[in-house]
Design a protein around this ligand. Structure first.
Ligand code: BGC
Length: 364
């Protein structure tokens, strides 16, 4: 009897130390729909692989997220998957490194840090080029002339999120030739790239908050865009695109025809907006696949196996810039984003991105 008890105890202890390794998942916010899904998918994927997993969302507040990460460390987490808010995260990442905890930057790079090795994300430069190409297509810029130019106004994401730079630079690399030839005219602040910090900050949207973008759009409509009719708005994601569209719809000038508005994330509300002919396009990033890949990466690193992530490419050449923290270049895996407009609206549906009710509404 005693022996059996000891055997069971040993098995339980072994189970605790191996099978129940904790992965802490720290997501930045819930006011952008995707992160709710990301957090839940990551937890499910970790549990599928036999880990214990905990997820917390940081409310776009780095102090709050640091407390959550700190608590994962106190509980003995062996790996952290972090979608950070800003460089304030670096202090807890340093602590994790001291404890040999595996840190994976998830979707957003942890800037200015040398205390971690891995980053998994989408090709964020390509996200921007797809947004730019969507606008080129929506405005038919290829056959537009400088005598009859089109008008665009520019928005960018949060200035503390390095992704916002890549999205904007990708879009501008596509739009710049049309701007240079006078076919496309920029209304309002015009950074040529994210490097022009002063102007970039004027079009950036702190914390990716919809109300900030909406207020800025209203302001533009009453000022710089007062005497023109906008043909397009470069919006960096769906949450902001819908806020911008709300502001536009309140202006009589746009009641009959909205400008071409870009987006990103294939959020359900934006897919419905595209279906209804309001938002023009979005960029679909299959975050279920990103979550699956991130947990596989954590699993392989924890088990000291050779890393191999199906469906992701190791960033090389120019794309290495995506993995440059400013303090070092981390090993970076990239998934591929896909452009979605009315013509291929079923792509995310067919990928199983929405639940049954949502899918049925999109298909209707
Ligand atoms: C993500 C986008 C998201 C944005 C706001 C970015 O870092 O890549 O998918 O829309 O943050 O949460």
């Amino acid at each position: 009897m005693k022996k059996l008890f000891l055997v069971l105890l040993c098995l339980a202890v072994a189970g605790l130390s191996f099978g129940q390794t904790l992965i802490g998942i720290a997501m930045p916010e819930t006011h952008v729909q995707r992160w709710v899904k990301d957090g839940n998918s990551l937890k499910a994927e970790a549990e599928k692989r036999g880990y214990r997993a905990e997820v917390q969302w940081g409310n776009a507040d780095q102090n709050q997220q640091n407390q959550q990460i700190q608590s994962f460390l106190t509980q003995g987490a062996k790996a952290l998957i972090i979608g950070n808010i800003n460089t304030g995260v670096n202090s807890v990442v340093r602590e994790a490194a001291k404890d040999k905890v595996v840190v994976i930057a998830y979707d957003r790079i942890i800037q200015d840090s040398k205390d971690y090795d891995y980053f998994i994300t989408f090709n964020n430069y390509k996200v921007g080029t797809l947004q730019g190409q969507g606008i080129v297509k929506g405005l038919n810029l290829a056959s537009a002339t400088a005598a009859n130019p089109k008008y665009i106004t520019l928005f960018a994401g949060s200035p503390t999120d390095d992704n916002a730079n890549f999205f904007f630079n990708g879009a501008m690399d596509v739009l710049r030739p049309y701007i240079r030839s006078g076919v496309l005219k920029v209304v309002g602040p015009h950074p040529d790239s994210a490097k022009d910090k002063a102007n970039f900050n004027r079009i950036a949207t702190e914390g990716w908050y919809a109300n900030i973008a909406k207020a800025r759009m209203e302001n533009l409509l009453n000022n710089e865009a007062r005497n023109v009719t906008l043909d397009a708005v470069l919006a960096p994601n769906d949450t902001l695109a819908r806020a911008i569209i709300e502001a536009l719809k309140a202006d009589a000038k746009y009641r009959a025809k909205l400008p071409v508005v870009s987006g990103q994330d294939a959020e359900f509300d934006s897919i419905m907006s595209i279906k209804n002919g309001e938002q023009y396009m979005t960029v679909f990033k299959d975050t279920a696949k990103l979550a699956e890949a991130a947990i596989l990466l954590a699993d392989q690193v924890l088990k000291k196996q050779k890393v191999s992530i199906p469906g992701a490419v190791l960033a090389s050449g120019d794309l290495k810039a995506i993995g440059n923290t400013g303090a070092k270049v981390v090993i970076t895996y990239l998934l591929d984003p896909i452009s979605v407009d009315r013509t291929n609206i079923l792509v995310p549906v067919n990928a199983g991105f929405y639940d049954a009710t949502q899918s049925a509404r999109i298909r209707q």
